[in-house]
Design a protein around this ligand. Structure first.
Ligand code: NAD
Ligand code: GLY
Length: 383
C-alpha cells in the first residue's frame, strides 16, 4: 500500500482535504486543512443530533483556541458548555474521568448531546472514553491540536485512561463522529511537542510506505519548522494510512498492531522515565523504532543500513535516535524487559514486536526470544 502524498498541491491555498474512515454505520470524515476552527460550527452543525455540545479542553489549549471554537459554534446557533481540565498526562486518570462525567451530567447531557474534544491526545482519549460510557454511549467529535493527535490519536476510536498499573489500561473502542484537524492550531504548539509528534509521522513511512519516508527525508525539516502545506500533506498521508488499517482491523486483532511499531520498546523507556517530561511519548517511540529495526537487523531480517538511515533522519529533525543521554544509570535490561512484559500487547505470555524487512515493510512477530531483546538492550544501554 502506498500513501505517498500526490494530489494535495492546492492545500497551501486553504483547500480542505477529506479522508473517510470506512466503518459501515460508524464511518466518519477526517477534515484536514487550515482555518478549520473558524468554520467548525458550520461543519459540525451538519452532523449534530441536537444543536448542543459540551467542549472539553485543557488549560493550555483553552486560552489559545477555545474562544475561536466557541465563537464559531455560537455563530452556527449551537448551544455550548465548556469544561477545562488541567493540562498533562496526569489528567488521564479515574479521578479526572469521574469529575468530567459529573460535570457533563451536571450540564444535563442527554443521549443526543455531543462531546467535543479540543486538544491533544490526553483530551481526546479521556473525552472519547467519557463519551463511550456516559449514558451508555454518546457522540463525540475530535478537534486535535497536537501533531501527534492529528496523525494518530484522534483517528481510530481508541479511548481510555491510565491506571497505577500502566498507560491506557482502561478504555473502550468508541469512534468519533467527525475529526477536524486544523494545522493552523499547531502554530502555537511548543517545538518539542511538534518534534515528538513527528516521531509518529515517521512511523507511517516505516510501516508500509517507503515513498512517504523518502518524502519526509526531503520535507520533514520544513514540516517541523511550521510549513502548513507540508503539514497538511503529512497529516493527510498519515490519516489515509491509519484509516485503511482501522477499516480493516478496528479492534486490533491483526494488522492494526503494525501501528505499534517502536511502541513496545518506547513504552518501556517511558515507564522507566516515570512518564515525565524527561522523555515524551513520540521521543520514546522514535528511539523505539530504531530499536525495532536494530532488532530486525540482529535477527538477520533487515540490513543495518536501513537502521542507520532512520537514525540519521530522526537526528536531522532533532529527535533522539538512541538511549545515549536519555537512559539513567538505574536503567537495566531486566527492568526494561519487565516493563515490556506488562504491556497490553503481551499475548499468551509472548511479547509482540513489530519488525521490518526494510523501510516500508514492517510485520508483526510474536516469537522473538527475550534473550535476543536482552542482549540488544545491553548493547543499547552500553553505547
Ligand atoms: P497532550 O495532549 O498532553 O498535549 C501535549 C501538550 O501540548 C500539553 O501540554 C497540551 O496542553 C499542549 N497543547 C496541545 N495543543 C496545543 C496547541 N495547539 N498549542 C499549544 N499547546 C498545546 O499530549 P499528546 O502528545 O497530544 O498526546 C499524548 C497522549 O495521547 C498520551 O496519553 C497517549 O497515550 C495518547 N495516545 C493515544 C492514541 C490513541 O490511539 N488513542 C495514540 C497515540 C497516543
Ligand atoms: N495508536 C495506535 C492505534 O491507534 O492503534
Amino acid at each position: 500500500m502506498t500513501n505517498a502524498p500526490s494530489k494535495t498541491v492546492s492545500n497551501s491555498n486553504g483547500h480542505t482535504v477529506t479522508v473517510r474512515v470506512d466503518l459501515g454505520e460508524r464511518s466518519y470524515d477526517i477534515l484536514i486543512g487550515e482555518n478549520l476552527l473558524d468554520n467548525a460550527g458550520a461543519v459540525i452543525t451538519e452532523i449534530l443530533r441536537q444543536p448542543r455540545v459540551i467542549v472539553i479542553t485543557d488549560s493550555n489549549v483553552a486560552s489559545l483556541h477555545l474562544p475561536a471554537l466557541e465563537t464559531s459554534l455560537s455563530k452556527a446557533g449551537i448551544e455550548t458548555h465548556s469544561i477545562i481540565l488541567p493540562a498533562g498526562e496526569q489528567t488521564k486518570d479515574f479521578a479526572h474521568l469521574a469529575g468530567l462525567l459529573d460535570q457533563c451530567l451536571d450540564a444535563r447531557i442527554a443521549r443526543d448531546t455531543t462531546l467535543i474534544a479540543l486538544g491533544g491526545g490526553v483530551i481526546g482519549d479521556i473525552t472519547g472514553f467519557a463519551a463511550a460510557i456516559a449514558l451508555r454511549g454518546i457522540d463525540f467529535i475530535q478537534i486535535p491540536t497536537t501533531l501527534l493527535a492529528q496523525v494518530d490519536s484522534s483517528v481510530g476510536g481508541k479511548t481510555g485512561i491510565n491506571t497505577k498499573h500502566g498507560k491506557n489500561l482502561v478504555g473502550a473502542f468508541h469512534q468519533p463522529a467527525l475529526v477536524l484537524a486544523d494545522v493552523a492550531t499547531l502554530d502555537t504548539l511548543p517545538e518539542r511537542e511538534i518534534r515528538a509528534g513527528y516521531g509518529e509521522v515517521v512511523k507511517y513511512g516505516l510501516i508500509n510506505d517507503a515513498p512517504f519516508f523518502n518524502w519526509l527525508e526531503k520535507n520533514g525539516p520544513a514540516l517541523c519548522n511550521g510549513e502548513h502545506a507540508a503539514r497538511i500533506q503529512a497529516v493527510e498521508t498519515c490519516c489515509r494510512a491509519k484509516a485503511a488499517i482501522v477499516a480493516a482491523d478496528e479492534h486490533e486483532s491483526g494488522q492494526r498492531a503494525l501501528l505499534n511499531l517502536g511502541h513496545t520498546f518506547g513504552h518501556a523507556f517511558e515507564a522507566e522515565s516515570g512518564y515525565s517530561d524527561k522523555l515524551l511519548h513520540g521521543e520514546a517511540v522514535a528511539i523505539g523504532m530504531v530499536m525495532a529495526f536494530s532488532l530486525s537487523g540482529k535477527l538477520g531480517l533487515c540490513n543495518d543500513e536501513e537502521t542507520a538511515r532512520i537514525a540519521a533522519h530522526l537526528k536531522a529533525v532533532n529527535l533522539p535516535a538512541s538511549l545515549s543521554g536519555i537512559a539513567e544509570p538505574s536503567w537495566t535490561p531486566a527492568r526494561l524487559l519487565s516493563h515490556m512484559s506488562q504491556d497490553k500487547k503481551v499475548l499468551a505470555g509472548q511479547l509482540t514486536f513489530i519488525l521490518a524487512r526494510r523501510i516500508g515493510e514492517a510485520f508483526i512477530s510474536r516469537d522473538v526470544k527475550p534473550e535476543t531483546v536482552q542482549s540488544l538492550l545491553e548493547e543499547a544501554l552500553a553505547a
